[in-house]
Write a new protein. Structure first.
Length: 394
């Protein structure tokens, strides 16, 4: 018996769709309705008093629900609009004008990170992008060799978004620390799918968001700063909430706090913080080890089923290297994806990957086979052709 399926009724969209897109947007918990009503009530009934009655602390307090999912302590996370903003806050702590000004990336990194760090060239950054050999795996030895004594930052995803490949973060962190570089570990595609212990890894920073596997909706990214760096670094991207006495509205230079509030800036995104809490509560109760065990079982079923049908799979076969997604590169994948969506099978397509199928703890095993059968049916009946024709007319 699958104990995790007891949570399935908490996600309304599962009643009418085959939801295989948690790598992009996790299903919404039913309790979000209550949370949004609570937010509206606090604003309507308490008005400005709501700030001193809990709103002000939410940008760190809600992070305490994320902390156990990535292996950090309460109070060590600050919450922001998205991961790009979190990366910008980290970047603003450093000066690219010195001899240590290199940023090492992989070409498999999420594009937003590549865009952001390549734009830091204007401030003196030297960006080295290490290409993958197969568009699936990080070329570890080449990547480690690129991290040298001139390296300042190494932004790297624990799980790559296209292929769901699990990166050897420990090896990268150890190499970076030997040469004096800092690692920013992006946990977006990892948290909620695999067990994480960011503190044990020794990551200097960790970032991520609740949008996907944590079922928290848009608008909440998180930022962890290692304890010994937290009060040492000074973000240039800052604001009034990072000041020691924000409600004194003092003019002049900031006096930054010593804790995680030091990494905040402007007024926080209160509605999104309310909305993300039910998903985080469910994930913590379900347990990441049970989720990981089920994920390996479901992704194996998709992997083997796709291979048996003769389709290329751009995801590692070894379950120890594979997180929660299987990227199936079947013929005419973009059009097939659009037909799947029309059939209420929610997946997505990414170039150099294929159709990404991402079952989560609330999915049934038979849904994996059903999704694959529907792909086969679409190809067999040429149902994809109407989407191709529509696209050509557009």
């Amino acid at each position: 018996m699958d104990e995790l399926l007891k949570w399935r009724p908490e996600f309304p969209i599962l009643e009418r769709t085959t939801y295989m897109i948690s790598n992009s947007l996790g299903a919404m918990p039913r309790a979000v309705y209550d949370e949004m009503r609570a937010y509206a009530d606090s604003w309507a009934q308490r008005g400005v008093r709501a700030w001193e009655e809990g709103w002000f602390e939410m940008a760190v307090d809600v992070g305490d629900k994320i902390a156990p999912l990535i292996g950090v302590r309460p109070g060590e996370i600050s919450l922001h609009q998205n991961v790009t903003i979190a990366q910008a806050i980290i970047s603003s702590c450093f000066d690219y004008r010195g001899p240590r000004n290199k940023v090492v990336l992989t070409d498999l990194e999420f594009p937003s990170m590549q865009y952001f760090y390549n734009e830091q060239r204007r401030f003196g950054a030297r960006v080295e992008t290490v290409p993958s050999d197969d568009a699936i795996r990080l070329p570890l030895e080449k990547f480690l060799a690129a991290i040298d004594e001139t390296t300042l930052l190494v932004p790297i995803s624990q799980v790559l978004f296209r292929s769901a490949f699990i990166v050897d973060a420990k090896a990268i962190i150890e190499r970076a620390h030997r040469v004096g570089a800092h690692v920013i570990l992006d946990c977006f595609q990892a948290a909620g799918t695999i067990p994480l212990d960011v503190r044990a890894l020794g990551a200097d920073f960790a970032v991520g968001g609740v949008l996907k596997w944590l079922c928290g909706g848009p608008g909440v990214g998180y930022l962890y700063v290692r304890e010994d760096l937290r009060s040492k670094l000074r973000p240039a991207l800052t604001g009034w909430l990072a000041h020691q006495r924000p409600f004194d509205f003092e003019i002049g230079a900031i006096e930054p706090r010593e804790d995680s509030y030091r990494y905040l800036n402007g007024t926080t995104h209160i509605p999104a913080l309310f909305a993300c809490r039910p998903g985080l509560d469910i994930l913590n109760q379900a347990g990441i080890h049970a989720i990981r065990e089920k994920s390996m079982r479901l992704t194996r079923r998709i992997f083997e089923g796709a291979r048996a049908r003769g389709w290329r799979v751009n995801t590692p076969e070894n379950p120890a290297e594979r997180a929660g997604t299987v990227s199936v590169d079947c013929p005419n994948a973009p059009e097939v994806c659009r037909e799947l969506l029309a059939r209420e099978i929610l997946v997505d397509y990414r170039p150099r990957a294929g159709i990404r199928l991402s079952p989560h703890f609330y999915n049934r095993e038979d849904e994996c086979e059903f999704a694959l059968d529907q792909i086969a049916d679409i190809l067999a009946t040429s149902a994809w052709e109407r989407h191709a024709a529509a696209a050509s007319r557009a």
